[in-house]
Design a binder for this molecule. Sequence first.
Ligand code: CO
Length: 174
Amino acid sequence: MELRHYPDRVLKRKAQAIREVTDRVAEQARQMLDIMYESDGVGLAAPQVGWSRRLVTLDAEGTHEGQRVFLNPIIVRREGELEHEEGCLSLPGVHLKVPRAEKVSVVAYTLEGERVELEPEGLLSCVWQHELDHLNGLLIIDKVAPTALLAIREQLKELERDAETKDKPQSTRR
Ligand code: CO
């Protein structure tokens, strides 16, 4: 399991709901938490590690005690407006101001199958909306005006070049 960067196509795909919490699902979630902490992220969505399922890991405080895994989350209510500069582990070096709701109501399930309702506000509300977008194949570059993308054009090109180099077969023939 490794972090996928833009323009990896798995990031554009709508992720599938998790119907059954198997040992594999729990193990994948544990690995995602490890990757999230290693990368100093506050949230990670399964498509970001190449797994197209509706699962997110979060730790708003970064304390490990606040670590949470949520399955099949949905936003049932949005309130107010807010704009924060956001980064994304799938878009290293890119920072964009993304318009969000100030407060959202989220319904999700835990690994134990318990239904939870949350009402994150402010920064945490933005984190939730950001991760939910990942489950629907959307990145922060899909949420801003085209003019905002002009400023980061070079960074995006560089990520595209990185991906090409990675995919290119290395020839050791002589
Ligand atoms: Co992200």
